[in-house]
Design a binder for this molecule. Structure first.
Ligand SMILES: [Zn+2]
Length: 353
């Protein structure tokens, strides 16, 4: 079977911020994915698809039930008898495999996402059997959701819940199934076609505004590379293979280093001061910013994040987070609380005395 050749992410002209965001998200899952915002035809989908070549291999279960040593470490009840026997005999129940790109189809419904009745089994045996959805296949993979702003809100919520919890639940009558769902989430949207609700947007980590290239030479280079790729994708991709492998190695090394990367208290403090000065309400802002700064330090081979890491990652972590509504809401309610406190003091305080 011929393999589909993916346009190498390194062959994208310019768009450095988009590449940085995708790499940081690949290094550190705690940045909670990336949202790419921009007009059509600016390479958002190409970049997201190309990222899969840079992701280090992940352990996968050899068992159809998805048994893993980390589940057995919690309790042997979480693995099937076969795997329990294997683990007790010191055998492995996982193997290393490359991460895959899973794309949510446009117009996906809830059954497509969490799974629904298997139509063949339903027809032939008139019984209900779960046919797994996109979230099942996204586990330990990368999930790309194009036009996330046009999706049903319930579906976006469900995907964001699964991404943040690392599992999701399928309920059908008395049947309940829980499935693991750790994945790297990349969403893209064209703001011209509609906004993403702030509470959904808040749950996506890094935000990139993908601006079309202005430089005529760069634009011509985009055309040239696309033409060469269309003529001969194999040779074109091979030209970037060495560089791609080197970057994939760097990402793998950064991932290994990440657990040891710290942020010194004064650097963390300046990050919080910056967030406060911008009147950003959501505490997700500091989580995303500090985790992105740690990822950048790891990418640079350092075990301590510096102010420079905060400076570079701040636009990615903080843009589109300030809400006029929340700012007004908080000020109004503080003023109201002050009036209530004053009233209590004046009316009830006097009665006490
Ligand atoms: Zn098993």
């Amino acid at each position: 079977m011929a393999e589909i050749i993916i346009y190498p992410v390194l062959a994208l002209v310019g768009q450095e911020e988009m590449k940085t965001a995708l790499i940081l998200a690949a290094i550190n899952p705690r940045v909670r994915g990336v949202l790419l915002m921009g007009p059509r035809g600016t390479g958002k989908t190409t970049a997201a698809r190309g990222l899969v070549d840079l992701l280090p291999p992940v352990p996968r279960s050899t068992c159809p039930h998805g048994c893993e040593p980390r589940l057995a470490a919690i309790s042997m009840e979480y693995v099937c008898p076969d795997c329990a026997a294997k683990l007790e005999a010191g055998k492995d129940v996982t193997y290393l495999a490359p991460m895959q790109l899973v794309e949510l189809p446009l117009n996906a419904n809830m059954d497509d996402v969490i799974g629904g009745p298997n139509p063949r089994i339903a027809l032939e045996q008139s019984r209900w059997q779960l046919q797994q959805g996109v979230l099942y296949y996204a586990h330990r993979n990368m999930l790309y959701v194009d036009e996330i702003n046009l999706l049903d809100e319930e579906i976006v919520n469900c995907i964001l819940d699964a991404a943040s919890r690392g599992y999701y639940v399928v309920r059908r009558g008395r049947l309940i199934g829980t499935f693991s769902s750790e994945f790297l989430l990349i969403g893209s949207m064209n703001p011209e076609e509609g906004a993403l609700r702030p509470q959904l947007m808040d749950r996506l980590g890094l935000r990139v505004v993908v601006v079309p290239l202005q430089d005529p030479e760069q634009r011509l280079e985009v055309y040239e590379r696309n033409r060469r790729f269309a003529d001969d994708p194999v040779t074109f991709a091979a030209g970037y293979a060495e560089e791609t492998m080197a970057l994939a190695d760097e990402i793998a090394r950064a991932k290994d280093l990440l657990p040891r990367v710290t942020v010194s208290p004064n650097v963390a403090q300046s990050a919080i001061t910056l967030i406060n000065s911008l009147n950003i309400q959501s505490h997700r802002a500091e989580i995303v910013l500090l985790e992105a700064a740690r990822a950048r330090a790891a990418a640079d081979g350092r075990t301590e994040a510096k102010s420079e890491d905060i400076a570079v990652t701040s636009p990615l972590a903080l843009r589109q987070r300030r809400s006029d509504f929340m700012e007004r809401f908080v000020t109004d309610s503080q003023e109201e609380d002050e009036r209530i406190a004053k009233g209590i003091d004046e009316i009830l305080g006097n009665e006490e005395a």
